[in-house]
Design a protein around this ligand. Sequence first.
Ligand code: SAM
Length: 331
Amino acid sequence: MNTLTDPFNRKINYLRVSVTDHCNYHCQYCRDEDHQTYTSRDEILTYEEIAKIVKIFSELGITKVRLTGGEPLLRKDIIKLTTLLNEIESIEDIPLSTNAHLLAPMAAKLKLSGVNRVNISLDSLDSDRFNQITRGGDLKRVINGIDAAIEAGICPIKINMVVMRGVNDDEIESMIDFAVDRNLDIRFIETMPIGIAGINVVDKHFSEADIIQRIQSHLPNRLSVVKSKQTDGPAKNFLINHTNSCVGTISAFSNNFCDSCNRVRLTAKGRLILCLGQKDSFSLRDAIRSGINDDEIKLLIIEGINKKPRRHDFDTALDNISSSQMVEIGG
Ligand code: SAM
């Protein structure tokens, strides 16, 4: 099998695909309060176009394809896409990132169609606070979604909590307990200064070191380091001894982890984003719609990966960051 390697000798084997830039939630750190999406259907990639791009990437060595958004479960007939992707031979892993608002009735079908694991965003277990952070979210529906995914046998399920000082940092311990009770994994995410919404929460930043200290105080002598797989990328993970749960952190800000970056991102409109924190991108949608053949698209992708930036500059130069909001990029 081919491998995609960038100029810094990083093996790129992970593609994040945003299937829509619409979202039913309006999370404070992800999407500016006034942000609306007006994207029309013909601007976004069709399922056939996504599957074609993923197939080409798979021939270049991509084995993991995460579906994200916006909110991916808002896209009509998403099972049609997961089924198409599951038919691509060398794609081994099709995880989904969701806010779980629409998950309950779809969990079993998603699992059957090849979605082997899900990441669920959950920033508070207090329904009023949850509603405020998400600007309208319904905690009860999300918990029903999580329970339906457990019932459907999707495993592992990972809870992603974005930790914000003075907003929800007092819930780190209760979130761990929630995850352990349900045999779920939990990951605490540092806020990233992406787009206006991300920059607006910079003052609420809660560092990875502080998160780890709180985890260790809550679980003294109960953590064993888990060795990551190459497709895991930069997360730090610990098994919570005597449970089925792992706890982890992801910190783009405190620790520049770009040396282990293994991914590129495809937006709903078909732009290939080479680095989460830089503007470099190009349109694969326009390329495939221009009628060029698969080998030519492959060459375009290889040329693109050759331009993948070495690192983001969140920690040194906020003005170099792409102005796109996370809701458009997919996390
Ligand atoms: N709607 C889905 C969801 O809720 O998971 C998928 C899209 S969401 C953009 C993907 C991930 O991006 C979520 O885990 C979210 O918490 C994370 N995210 C968005 N903005 C962020 C920011 N400024 N800093 C850190 N993480 C962020």
